[in-house]
Design a protein around this ligand. Structure first.
Ligand code: ADP
Length: 316
């Protein structure tokens, strides 16, 4: 039906090499790494062999070239990525704390990442898209919201589908308008990929079973619930839940696991795989990605994921 399209922030990530609190002293950093949740998603989607395209923007600088070059090299359609002549590519500085939580310094709102809109290239891409993927984090970006709200009815009218990763972040202010947009997307989504308390937030009810039941009742066809190192479960209205235990890996950098999981899951389902096979690839993509430093560095091709699955044990 056409490519899977993601809309949103394209960033570089620069990360601290030491664990600690924040950036209020000089510390050693590594990067830049290509990043941005929707970009990681679309990169993994492309790497596994699904038709994939990205809508967003970068600056006319090395960070932008790094991102666009990586996405293109991995097989994604980059025709609808705007190159902004005036603003730099967005960036995120990240440092892990001892407990596993992270401190970020973001430069998104004031960067090219937040400055794109409907264009001839976007229109052409949306007009042949088969699936739209939205990250909740995009809802705080006016440009992304405008494109999503315009693209969604076009994709749906073509018989296309919508997936939503709630990706709720503490840095995002959930005012009434953002909350309403989030609710509208939940109502329109065919597939939701929540983790942690995002399931309850999306459903508007507490408790896993109740939240799953509510979402399936209101029209969501599939829920892929991500549980980190505890695995993942897919729920549908007509089939029993399918659980996939996580692969046993040494976690080096958890950033991007959920995005790789989602990119692989959506690509595999759209390539015609059943839930179980798609969930295995998705779990492998998430696990493989945490073994590498950098949010997109562990995204895997189908052959790499096949090799990873063959050689990696699963948790009991
Ligand atoms: P998110 O980043 O959206 O919170 P998760 O952290 O749950 O998502 O990761 C998505 C999926 O990736 C998990 O369901 C699991 O299959 C895999 N995964 C994530 N972290 C690990 C880990 N430490 N070990 C093995 N698999 C993992």
């Amino acid at each position: 039906l056409g490519p899977t399209v993601a809309v949103g922030e394209i960033l570089v990530e620069i990360m601290a090499t030491s664990v600690g609190d924040g950036f209020c002293e000089p510390i050693a950093l590594v990067g830049p790494y290509p990043s941005g949740a929707p970009a990681i998603f679309i990169d993994q989607c492309a790497r596994i062999g699904g038709a994939a395209a990205m809508i967003g923007a970068v600056g006319s600088d090395d960070f932008g070239r790094l991102n666009v070059g990586r996405l293109a090299a991995d097989g994604a359609d980059v025709s609808a990525i705007r190159v902004d002549p005036d603003y730099p590519t967005g960036s995120a500085f990240v440092r892990y704390r001892a407990g596993g939580s992270r401190d970020f310094v973001y430069n998104i709102a004031t960067s090219a990442a937040a400055r794109f809109g409907w264009s001839a290239e976007v229109e052409a891409l949306v007009g042949r898209a088969g699936h739209l993927h939205v990250m909740g984090s995009a809802l705080s970006m006016k440009s992304a919201v405008e494109v999503i709200e315009r693209a969604l009815p076009i994709v749906k009218a073509r018989g296309g589908t919508l997936s939503l990763d709630p990706n709720l972040r503490k840095e995002i202010v959930y005012d009434a308008a953002t909350e309403r947009r989030f609710r509208d997307l939940v109502a329109a989504a065919d597939l939701i990929l929540p983790s942690g308390d995002e399931l309850a937030r999306a459903a508007g009810v507490d408790g896993e079973a109740a939240a799953v039941a509510r979402l399936l009742e209101t029209g969501v066809k599939e829920i892929a619930l991500k549980r980190g190192a505890a695995g993942a479960t897919v729920f549908t209205r007509h089939t029993p839940p399918v659980f996939a235990p996580a692969f046993q890996v040494e976690e080096v950098d958890p950033t991007g696991a959920g995005d790789c999981f989602g990119g692989a899951y959506v690509a595999c389902r759209r390539l015609g795989m059943g839930i179980e096979a798609a969930l295995t690839y998705a779990s492998a993509a998430g696990a493989r990605n945490v073994t590498r430093r950098g949010p997109m560095e562990g995204a895997g091709s189908r052959a790499e994921l096949d090799a990873f699955i063959a050689e990696t044990a699963r948790h009991a």
